[in-house]
Design a protein around this ligand. Structure first.
Ligand SMILES: [Fe+2]
Length: 169
């Protein structure tokens, strides 16, 4: 299994100031912004390289990192890691979350830094989008479950990172 760096999720005190700096000065664009969360990227095929969440209390804490995120190539790898981590006392609770465009698991490293490991789904979804999913589900059931969730939030669109055949969905 290879973990590929994807994004950081950072708690900030002043969202507007941070978004202005990262867009005006550093050249990021905002892909989605809602519910006090902004998702920024400079890459066509990466929805966010960095996400900011406005949280005055968290912003004053010693660590402002919400989580580091790593991509793996397949759902099988996410499921395998989930099984391994659920029996590992060092990481605490392992939480499965789908963002519509990902099947993710969240956990903490031994010093309580947040980690997300995910694979892409074939679809895109307006963000923020966070729903639970069951790593015990087989792929066909999980695809049905996930597409139904996405349709409840909006239109089903192709993930720019993935080749999608809607005929098989
Ligand atoms: Fe994330």
């Amino acid at each position: 299994m290879t973990l590929t760096w994807s994004h950081a999720f950072v708690n900030v005190k002043n969202l507007n100031q941070m978004v202005s700096f990262y867009t005006d000065v550093l050249g990021f664009r905002v892909n989605d912004q809602a519910d006090g969360i902004a998702f920024l990227s400079q890459l066509e095929d990466e929805h966010h390289q960095i996400a900011f969440k406005e949280d005055a209390d968290q912003g004053n804490a010693s660590s402002r990192v919400g989580h580091f995120a790593f991509r793996v190539e397949s759902l099988v790898e996410v499921k395998r890691l989930y099984q391994e981590l659920t029996s590992n006392d060092e990481v605490g609770k392992v939480v499965p979350v789908t963002h519509g465009n990902t099947w993710s698991i969240y956990f903490h490293d031994p010093e309580r830094n947040g980690i997300e490991v995910f694979c892409d789904t074939p679809w895109d979804a307006d963000q923020p989008f966070a729903e639970t999913w069951d790593p015990q589900m087989d792929r066909a059931d999980l695809e049905t479950y996930t597409t139904n969730l996405i349709k409840e939030h909006g239109d089903l669109k192709a993930n720019p990172r993935a080749q999608v055949d809607f005929g098989s969905v």
